[in-house]
Design a binder for this molecule. Structure first.
Ligand SMILES: [Zn+2]
Length: 55
């Protein structure tokens, strides 16, 4: 189901993809987080995937 509305798509991307994922336990953290909220591990990666590759 493709999302055609650009504004809705941007909201969805921001809400679901712009976050950090802990390398250690895989928990989602806020984009501003420096350490994991769950295990306090400092190894966080950005989850910034491009949406809309599939048409
Ligand atoms: Zn963690």
């Amino acid at each position: 189901m493709p999302i055609t509305d650009v504004v809705k798509k941007q909201i969805a991307q921001k809400a679901r993809l712009h976050m950090k994922i802990c390398f250690y336990c895989g928990a989602r953290n806020a984009i501003a987080a420096t350490r994991c909220r769950k295990c306090r591990n400092g190894n966080l990666r950005l989850k910034n995937r491009n949406v809309g590759a599939k048409k």
